[in-house]
Design a protein around this ligand. Structure first.
Ligand code: APR
Ligand code: ZN
Ligand code: ZN
Length: 370
């Protein structure tokens, strides 16, 4: 066992605390990772606010890169010294999705079996719930071997670690779920970290035009820097009409986008996406709605008449072992600018302040560097 510094959420709505935790030695199939960097994601804030479940205390952080420190028995996929990105889709190989050959939809993914615990304070000894089964706002963390994906160690940890969650969600929504490609138009509604990653994915896949929609002009400037060919400020312009106009200018007869990615997570913007598609177009929801939100009340004939597909994208339908090494290689070749997602590097004591900046929409990603 060892004792390390970590950021935990002790109770609903309380500011997070920097404290110490105990990490067990790795058991069968488990790995201790020395964390190098970990991005601050909306989901960490949702855990702290009690929006995910009530299993406090939470060990926050899940967009991480690090070095394998030690491995338990039966670990064959990684070894001490490996540079890894952590993931929350450690596929099981046994569930229905895995068995039918679609492990990117695995619904029984692996986490560490042993528990990390609080090392100090009135709750010392209490078991921690790691965010998304990872818990990486910590000098070290305990995970299952499948949660570690080995990648090229020449890459900058703060940048490629973001593939562990939000950036992969956006890139994958465009490439994996939406099938963005050459000769197809893409519109992205909501240009925060996830939406901008979807734009980068669409650009990587050769799609054109790539239309960015947001209500914040600063976000539209980011989107352009990441590959958007057109921008629409939907606080003053109707995005459905404008997307249709732009696509019709580029492809004769087009009435909307071949692929629309909704990266806000709200019924109003989902509805805009529904109507901003060309005939037989695809809408992908990657923004995360809250449980009280409802699918908009639309005429069923509008769905029938337009055809196409309405999809959602969880973690960009990624398969970490397939997608992370490939995307890191593209990053190293200068074809995928992951550095652009790192708005700032911060210390492990600065997570609470980073939540506030994220909430105010000031950053794409703050990244804790350990
Ligand atoms: N129309 C267009 N854009 C909007 C609208 C709207 N009505 N409302 C908000 N936005 C924009 C914001 O201006 C912001 O640029 O959506 C973007 C959301 O970005 P972030 O808050 O940075 O969130 P991000 O990290 O990109 O995640 C997007 O996925 O992970 C979930 O909880 C997360 O639901 C959120 C979504
Ligand atoms: Zn499975
Ligand atoms: Zn996340």
């Amino acid at each position: 066992m060892q004792t390390v510094k970590a950021v935990v959420a002790l109770g609903k709505g309380q500011p997070v605390q920097l404290t110490t935790i105990h990490i067990p030695d790795p058991g069968p199939g488990e790995v201790v990772v020395q964390v190098l960097t970990c991005g601050v994601c909306h989901t960490d804030l949702h855990y702290r606010e009690g929006g995910i479940n009530d299993d406090f205390p939470f060990l926050l952080g899940h967009e991480a890169a690090g070095i394998v420190e030690s491995v338990g028995p039966e670990v064959t996929e990684v070894a001490p010294g490996d540079f890894v990105i952590l993931n929350w889709r450690a596929v099981c190989g046994q569930c229905r999705a895995c068995k039918r050959g679609e492990p990117q939809y695995c619904f029984n993914t692996h986490n560490a079996t042993q528990k990390m615990t609080l090392a100090e304070g009135p709750d010392a000894g209490r078991e921690l719930s790691p965010a998304l089964g990872i818990g990486a706002f910590a000098e070290k963390t305990l995970v299952a071997q499948g949660q570690c994906t080995k990648v090229n160690p020449q890459a900058r940890a703060a940048a490629v670690g973001l593939l562990g969650c939000g950036v992969m969600a956006g890139l994958g929504a465009a490439i994996n779920t939406g099938g963005a490609t050459r000769g197809r138009s893409v519109a992205v509604i909501g240009c925060g970290g996830v939406g901008v990653a979807a734009i980068a994915g669409a650009a990587l896949a050769g799609a054109s035009p790539i239309i960015a929609v947001d209500i914040d002009p600063k976000k539209l400037a980011n989107a352009q820097a990441m590959g958007a060919t057109h921008v629409i400020d939907s606080s003053s312009t109707d995005p459905v009409t404008e997307i249709g106009r732009i696509c019709g200018d580029v492809y004769e007869g087009a009435e909307g986008a071949d692929l629309v990615i909704e990266a806000v997570g709200r019924p109003e913007t989902w509805q805009q996406g529904f109507y901003a598609r060309d005939l037989a177009g695809t809408l992908v929801l990657v923004g995360v709605p809250t449980p009280d939100m409802r699918v908009p009340d639309l005429p069923l004939i509008d769905f029938f008449g337009r055809g196409g597909a309405l999809k959602s994208s969880w973690y960009g339908d990624c398969l970490p072992s397939r997608d992370f090494p490939m995307l890191v290689d593209l990053y190293l070749q200068g074809r995928l600018d992951l550095d652009a997602f790192v708005s700032e590097e911060i210390g492990i004591g600065d997570v609470e302040a980073a939540f506030e900046r994220m909430h105010r929409g000031e950053v794409l990603r703050s990244v804790v560097v350990l």
